[in-house]
Design a protein around this ligand. Structure first.
Ligand code: BTN
Length: 252
């Protein structure tokens, strides 16, 4: 088997056969004082969760479902940028595997409009300081059409469905190495170079999008992300700034 060459991420590893959600386990471990870099990995999640409280399908051994405990020194307001960082790191690895994927703002990784990877970061912080952050990542590796319920058949893909050759352990190592590289870079020089890279890997910028907020919906062209990682949308009446928290963005 392959040795993990990170110094922080993936030390220690908590391996589970089945759990509700690795984010929940990681949160519990973090509350109990687990060190930064602690990785919780499960073969199966019975109630994997996505952004906006959505269900995330996580069948046994058909993906990499894992969560990392991070204790960054960034300000709480920078957390959305850590999520973009994760999307950049995973996309870079997948492109090395020749997967033609792109990032849908803020942090889904898609192939031909279908979701291959989901990322959910959850924050425990006061106004001035991050206590810990849980970075949960789900990569669909072995899912096939027959694993998918009807409502996901047109919107989900996997490495197997994209005919990509990979070894799951090696892929996990590669992802952890890239995540650590970008994470250390952000701590050293800030997020600017990572946001620039996000733009080059995005499949949202330049596209017509529909933004669905709790109280209203509007459409326009996604033209950029700002310094804080918010999406800037050009509409017929002017620019709109979209914060990740409570919206869905749909390419139209
Ligand atoms: C999304 O699609 O909105 C994000 C999905 C995040 C899924 C991962 S799988 C590991 C971790 N545990 C969870 O319950 N969710 C994340």
């Amino acid at each position: 088997s392959k040795k993990l060459s990170t110094t922080c991420l993936g030390h220690p590893i908590i391996y589970l056969e089945k759990t509700k959600s690795t984010n929940l386990v990681a949160k519990k471990k973090a509350n109990e004082g687990a060190p930064e870099g602690t990785l919780v990995l499960s073969e199966e999640q019975s109630s994997g969760r996505g952004r906006l409280n959505r269900f995330f399908l996580s069948p046994y051994a058909k993906g990499l479902w894992f969560s990392l405990v991070l204790r960054p020194t960034f300000l709480p307001m920078e957390v959305s940028k850590i999520t973009l960082l994760a999307a950049v790191a995973v996309t870079k690895v997948l492109r090395k595997y020749k997967v033609e994927c792109g990032i849908k703002w803020p942090n889904d990784i898609l192939v031909n409009g279908r979701k291959l990877v989901g990322i959910l970061t959850e924050l425990n912080a006061s106004m001035e300081k991050i206590n810990y952050l849980i970075m949960g990542i789900g990569i669909n590796t072995g899912i096939t059409q027959k694993n998918l319920p009807d409502e996901l058949k047109d919107t989900v893909t996997s490495l197997a469905m994209e005919h990509v050759r990979f070894k799951r352990n090696k892929l996990l190592c590669d992802v952890l190495v890239q995540l650590e590289r970008y994470y250390f870079l952000a701590e050293k020089v800030g997020f600017d170079p990572i946001l620039d890279e996000w733009k080059t890997l995005s499949c949202t910028l330049g596209e017509e999008v529909e933004v669905i907020m709790p109280d209203r919906t509007f459409s326009g062209t996604a033209i950029n992300i700002d310094h804080d990682g918010n999406l800037i949308v050009q509409t017929s009446y002017g620019l709109e700034r979209v914060l990740a928290g409570d919206v869905r963005v749909r390419n139209v």
